[in-house]
Design a binder for this molecule. Structure first.
Ligand code: F3S
Length: 644
C-alpha cells in the first residue's frame, strides 16, 4: 500500500508508537519557532532544563507580536530573547524582520522536515510539504532540549481541489468555504492533505493562506505536496538546494476524501464572531464599514500586497474608512518599496503599519465603539480587536480593497475592474541581516524586572477537593481565557499575568481561585463545547495552574489546549452526560477520591458535594500523560531525564 504525505514524513521521524489513528506516537523534531509573548516562557522553561545548547537542526526566535513597546516590559522581553538565543544556539529574528510564519515560509521552511512552533498558525509551512504543528511553549522547550514531540496519530483527510478559481475568487475564499463546511468544531485529531489538479493553480503563498487558516478548523495540521510550484518558490528564494520533491504515492490511502470544485467558490466573508460563520460577500447586503486592514500571517505576502496595490493604483480610499496595510515581512516591504507598489498604496490614503502581527491580535488599530472592521486576518473572536463591541469580518485582500474603496462590504466582481495578475517573482529580495546568528562566546542572559521564573506545580493530591471557580458556555477561546493585546506585556510574569485570567468574562475569577486556595481547595473550570480553541498560548493553562486550577471539566476540549493543560498538570475531563453540565453551578464543591488510582480507568466518578450527587467524567489521556498529571506536569516529568 502506498503512503500519503503525512505517513511519509512521520515514518522518517518516528521515535515511538504505532501508526494507527488514536495511538500516541512521538516524532523527532527538526525545527522549532517561537514568537515573543509565548517565546519568553518557552526559553525560561528551556533554561530550567539545564541543557547547554539546543539540539534541534534549526530553532528560530521571532519578535513580531508586541512591538508597540508602551512600557519597559516588552523591550525587556526582546532583550531577554535576543541574549538567550545567542547563548543557546538559536537564530534571532529582530523586530522589523516580519511575522514568524511569513518569514519562516520564505527563509527556513523545508519539505519533508518537522517543525513545531509556539504559535497556533505554525501549520503555515505545510504549504511547502513540511509537517508543521502549533504546540505549547513547553513542548518547544522539550524539543529544543532534544526530546521528541508526542501526538495522537491523526486521521488523514484528503481534500481534492478540482479546476481553477473564478476571477476575484482566492485562496482565502477556499479556506473560508472549508470552514463554512467543516466548522471550527469536531476536527480535532485530523490532518488535511491537499491534492487534486487544482492545487497546481495555487502558488506557495496562496497555499500558505489555506494551511494557515487550517488552524481555525482545529486540525493538527494541513499539508500540501512539494511539487514544481514549490520548486519555483524555493528557486526564487535562492534556496533551491533545500527543495526536494515530496508527493503522496498514487495508491496512498486516506481516512476520508472531500472534493471541492474551485469554480464554484465565490468571494466569501467570515462574519462576527467566528471564522466559520461564513457566507458569500454578496449575501451580506449593504454593510457600511469603518475600518479595513490588510496584513497578518494569513494574507501579507508579496502576492497579496501587489494585488492590493494594483487595485488601489490611481484610486482613493473612501473618506469614512480608516485603511491600514502591513507587509508580512521585510522581504515583502522591501520589494513593494522598490517596484513602486508601496507608493500606490500610500497614495490611495492607506496608513502603512509596522511589518508585524499588529492589529491581528489587538496590538493597535482597535476599531471605534461598535465599529465594523473588515480584515484579512484569520480570527474575529469577540473583543480580539481591542474593542469589545466591534464587529470584525474576515475576507481576502481583494474584498478588503474593494471595501476600502467603496466604504461598504463589497464583492470585487461589482467593481467593474479587471482582476490583477501577479506572477510569482523570478527572484525575491533576499537579505537575512535581521536574523542574528547565535554567539560562540560567553553570553550573559539579560533578565528585566518583569521576568519571573516558571512556576512549580506540585504533584496531584490523592483526594482532590475543589470548587467550581467559573462556569462557561461553548467555544471559549484562549483569547477569552487570557487576552492578547496590551496584557501580553506580562507574559513573562506569571503572577501578574494570572490576574488577567478570564478578566473580560468574569473579573472575579482570580480572586475566587485564591479564596478556594485559602480554604485548602483546588479550583475547577467548567465549560461547554470546544473549550480552548484559538491561539496556542500556554498561559491559558499555565496561569490557571498558578491560581490553583487542577481540572477542567468540559463537553469537549480543543487539541492544543488539552495538551497545554496536561503539560501544566491540569486534568482535562469530559462530561459523559450533558445533563451533568447543566446541573453544575458556580461555587459547587467537587470531590474525586483516590484520583491517582482512578486515572488508570478512562471513566472517573466525581461527587458534587454541594448538591449531593455522583456523576461521571471521562479522559483520553495516554499512560505517559497520566504520569505527567500525577507528577504535576511536563517539566516535572522530563526535567531530570532529558539528554544533556
Ligand atoms: Fe501574528 Fe496574528 Fe499570525 S498574532 S502570528 S499575525 S495569527
Amino acid at each position: 500500500m502506498g503512503l500519503n504525505l503525512f505517513e511519509k514524513i512521520v515514518k522518517r521521524h518516528l521515535v515511538s508508537g504505532e501508526l494507527n489513528p488514536g495511538s500516541e506516537i512521538s516524532i523527532a523534531i527538526d525545527q522549532t519557532l517561537t514568537e515573543d509573548p509565548l517565546g519568553t516562557m518557552a526559553y525560561l522553561q528551556f533554561e530550567a532544563m539545564g541543557v547547554p545548547r539546543v539540539k534541534t537542526r534549526l530553532s528560530v526566535s521571532y519578535v513580531d507580536h508586541c512591538l508597540l513597546q508602551e512600557g519597559f516590559e516588552n523591550p525587556d522581553d526582546h532583550r531577554y530573547l535576543q541574549t538567550v538565543a545567542a547563548k543557546y544556539g538559536i537564530l534571532f529574528s529582530k523586530p522589523g524582520n516580519g511575522i514568524c510564519h511569513q518569514v519562516h515560509l520564505e527563509r527556513f521552511s523545508c519539505p519533508g522536515e518537522t517543525l513545531i512552533g509556539a504559535d497556533s498558525h505554525t501549520p503555515t509551512c505545510g504549504a511547502v510539504g513540511m509537517l508543521a504543528m502549533g504546540v505549547g511553549g513547553l513542548d518547544v522547550a522539550v524539543a529544543m532540549a532534544g526530546g521528541p514531540f508526542f501526538l495522537s496519530y491523526p486521521q488523514v483527510v484528503r481534500i481534492n481541489l478540482h479546476g481553477r478559481l473564478k476571477p476575484w475568487s482566492t485562496a482565502k475564499d477556499i479556506i473560508l468555504e472549508i470552514l463554512r463546511t467543516l466548522t471550527t468544531k469536531g476536527n480535532v485529531g485530523k490532518v488535511l492533505e491537499f491534492g487534486g489538479e487544482g492545487i497546481t493553480t495555487l502558488s506557495v503563498p496562496e497555499r500558505a493562506t489555506i494551511a494557515n487558516m487550517g488552524a481555525e478548523l482545529g486540525v493538527t495540521t494541513s499539508l500540501f505536496p512539494s511539487d514544481a510550484v514549490t520548486r519555483r518558490f524555493f528557486a526564487a528564494q535562492g534556496r533551491l538546494v533545500q527543495w526536494r520533491e515530496l508527493l503522496p504515492d498514487a495508491d496512498a490511502e486516506y481516512d476520508e476524501t472531500i472534493d471541492i470544485a474551485l469554480a464554484t467558490i465565490d468571494p466569501n466573508v467570515a462574519r462576527p464572531h467566528s471564522p466559520d460563520n461564513v457566507c458569500k460577500v454578496r449575501d451580506v447586503g449593504r454593510l457600511k464599514v469603518d475600518q479595513v486592514l490588510i496584513g497578518s500571517c494569513t494574507n501579507s505576502s508579496f502576492r497579496d500586497l501587489m494585488i492590493a496595490a494594483s487595485m488601489l493604483k490611481g484610486r482613493q480610499v473612501h473618506p469614512d474608512v480608516s485603511f491600514g496595510v502591513a507587509a508580512g515581512s521585510r522581504q515583502v516591504l522591501r520589494m513593494i518599496a522598490e517596484n513602486g507598489a508601496l507608493s500606490d498604496i500610500i497614495d490611495s490614503g492607506a496608513r502603512i503599519l509596522e511589518t508585524a502581527c499588529g492589529f491581528c491580535a489587538g496590538y493597535g488599530q482597535a476599531p471605534q465603539s461598535g465599529g465594523v472592521s473588515v480584515r484579512t486576518s484569520n480570527r474575529n473572536f469577540e473583543g480580539r480587536s481591542g474593542t469589545k463591541d466591534a464587529q470584525v469580518y474576515l475576507v481576502s485582500p481583494e474584498v478588503a480593497v474593494a471595501t476600502a474603496l467603496t466604504g461598504e462590504l463589497t464583492d470585487p466582481n461589482e467593481l467593474g475592474m479587471e482582476p490583477p495578475v501577479v506572477p510569482v517573482p523570478e527572484k525575491f529580495f533576499i537579505d537575512d541581516r535581521l536574523v542574528l546568528p547565535p554567539s560562540a562566546g560567553d553570553i550573559k542572559v539579560y533578565r528585566g524586572p518583569n521576568i519571573s521564573d516558571p512556576p512549580h506545580q506540585t504533584p496531584l493530591p490523592d483526594h482532590l477537593r475543589a470548587g467550581v471557580a467559573i462556569k462557561l458556555g461553548d467555544k471559549i477561546t484562549t483569547d477569552h481565557i487570557i487576552p492578547a493585546g496590551p496584557v501580553s506585556r506580562y507574559r513573562s510574569n506569571i503572577p501578574k499575568s494570572s490576574d488577567f485570567i478570564f478578566h473580560r468574562v468574569d473579573p472575579l475569577f482570580a480572586e475566587r481561585c485564591k479564596d478556594f486556595g485559602k480554604k485548602g481547595l483546588a479550583s475547577v473550570i467548567v465549560a461547554g463545547w470546544s473549550y480552548g480553541q484559538g491561539s496556542s498560548r500556554e498561559h491559558a493553562a499555565l496561569c490557571p495552574a498558578y491560581l490553583g486550577v487542577r481540572a477542567v471539566i468540559a463537553r469537549s476540549i480543543e487539541r492544543i489546549h488539552m495538551a497545554n493543560l496536561v503539560n501544566f498538570g491540569i486534568l482535562p475531563l469530559i462530561f459523559t452526560d450533558s445533563q451533568d453540565y447543566e446541573k453544575m453551578q458556580l461555587g459547587d464543591g467537587l470531590e474525586i477520591q483516590n484520583i491517582n488510582q482512578a486515572l488508570n480507568r478512562t471513566v472517573i466518578q466525581v461527587k458534587n458535594l454541594s448538591r449531593d450527587y455522583l456523576f461521571e467524567v471521562s479522559h483520553c489521556l495516554t499512560p505517559r500523560q497520566v504520569e505527567m498529571i500525577r507528577r504535576g506536569g511536563l517539566l516535572n516529568l522530563y526535567g531530570a531525564h532529558l539528554p544533556r
